[in-house]
Write a protein that binds this ligand. Sequence first.
Ligand SMILES: [Zn+2]
Length: 265
Amino acid sequence: MLGMVAGGVTCRAIFGRHSEQLREVSAIIKSMLEVQMSEKMVSCPKCGAMNTPTKVFCYACGGILSALAIKQRRIHKQHVRAAVQAVVVLVVLCLLGIGGLVLWPRQGALGIPGTPEHARQTALLLSSFNKMDSDEMAIGRDVRESDLNGYIRHLRLKKLPFDTLSVDLMPDKLSVRVSNKLVSWSCRGYCLVPTLSRDFTLAVSGSVIIEEAALGHFPLPGFLARKSFARLLDALQGTPELDLIAKAQSITIHKDRLHITFGGD
Ligand SMILES: [Zn+2]
């Protein structure tokens, strides 16, 4: 009997101690949860009900929530809109890039293509210009489109930073196409060569005027066209051919040929 009483007292003491500890633990957890909730939730200034931060109106009384909640909601919406816009812009740019470079590669040469024989003939003609006396030079010489394209393709281009450069002569006008291969993919016999090409249509009447210019299939606005053409001239700078053209007294364009005269009066 005495043992049972003693046992009861011990049990109560032990359980009492434990339940005290349990109460303390649950109080700590409760306070932690309250702190977390109060950090995330927004209290209604009208009725005090706790609302989630994305709510604009109180779920309990319908009153408008704090400016902070409205601001958070607006910022969230702005972030979503900006992300959607960025994705749309990226997709459009990718499509334009793929369309411009892959679907319509302007890598074909302009004008009548020239053979290595044309190239040789033109090289001889150009070197003979330097040996002529002024009377002979004043007569001038014709350079045909095929001579020019053959010369550019078979002799000159090896030293220039382009893969192709070709010209098309029209009455009073000439077109120049410069292109670079961006990359070359071949897969099971199918070869894809995206090419970056620039076209210039030039009018020659005393001076050279850029009439039209395009990057691939995209028309180039004036200032970009001039910049791009200046880069082409820079690449040709220092070549004996450009020096010779600079020395020419007159260059007239006829259909399929250039008439160049040097010296004379
Ligand atoms: Zn409320």
